[in-house]
Design a protein around this ligand. Sequence first.
Ligand code: PEP
Length: 474
Amino acid sequence: MFDLIPLIKAIGYLGIFIIVFAESGLFIGFFLPGDSLIFTAGFLASQGFLNIWDLIFLIFIAAVIGDNFGYAFGKKVGPMIFKREDSFLFHKDNLNKAKMFYEKYGGKAIILARFMPGIRTFAPILAGVGKMQYSKFLSFNIIGGALWGIGLPLLGYYLGNVIPNIDRYIVFIVLLIIFISVSPMIWHVVKDKATRDRILNTLLNALHTKATKYAGKLVVFNWKMNPETLESAIDMARKSDHKNIVVAPPFVFIEEIGKIIKTAKLGAQDLFYKNTNGGSFTGEISASELVNLGVKYAIIGHSERRAMGESDEIISKKIKTALDNGLIPILCVGESKKESGSMNNELSVSSKEFVRDQLEKDLFLIRNSSFSIHNSLIVAYEPIWAIGTGNNCSPEVALEMIKFIKSLSGSLAPALAKSEVGVPTAERVGIVGCRLLVLYGGSVNSKNISDFLKYKEIDGVLVGGASLDPKLFF
Ligand code: PEP
């Protein structure tokens, strides 16, 4: 960064053109020092090393063509890019940030993103993925390209002319530019607890090298009303703290467990059905209280709660409240012995009908919801006869039911079936475009878990009793 002056002198007009082009529209360009580079180039023009008019013309053209290239690329590869795995040069996180930015500001994002490192590279690509009208894109691109590609070098040129001995301060000015350009992102991080936590978790995850045994799947540990003491809960949490694990402790332990786990995610076993902050609801826990404690998932409609009188109507309200608060619901559905007929060897029509009916009722209130990019829904198929009995459903029957549930998603809530990023994987939970995951639950333990997870359609498992001895799973 501090060597920008010799760098620019060495690479000349062609080098500047290539860097601006790459940073504007190539994935690999997101880390390039665009703002400081073109400002410093403007400054160098004021010192007679470059011609300012040639320079701004060239930067403007490179910026506009670069964005155009990004747009064309996005349009061509479309949703496929969301499936790419992270690599040194490609970070899905940047792509997601750009998408959020884009959804917030619409077409104007193309202009604003010019001034935001990282997002600058992904915004035109996303405009292409989203098939933004080309004429609209082009006008925003030209305006943004002019404001940025002409404005910043001219600023460098102007300051170079008016401030005597500016070369002494150039490093500070460049630092200031970098600070100003990243400050909206810093502000977002400071302001938003969820973003802060995510960044912290990512850093901690990077330091944490525990094996990811359940890669691509989600394993939910439902502790039910266990254990008795906080001390034991902390011990269990430490042993469960692995990637792809959701730990759902009793409410009383949630806050402490949230401080213990670094890699696993926090879940709640229930939540209050109304979307309200505070109020006269003795004994209840609101979605916002859970979110404030760092909870990401909420189990809803567990058969043990249904048995205590929880109705589908209340469950539907809970699902909506969870989604409205950014929690990922884990909706439990499943038939009892009565409907299942031949039980665990083959899937009966009555089981399917029962589950379909439950889903229709439980998802009733979100039927017409358009899911925000953060929302996902998880359904756990938990045949009641298999819960806590040691008598698990056969993996093949679970598979058939899970396929059936997935096939229903479009008719249950059309937005669930929208899969602009292809088949969701558990790693994408809560991330752009992931809509529906379906898990199996019912007497899963460390011995039979892989019999379920080996099927790609089974996105994970919900483990009750066996999760109280987590070390067996790792
Ligand atoms: C559950 O609590 O949802 C559950 C599946 O329990 P278990 O694993 O003990 O059957």
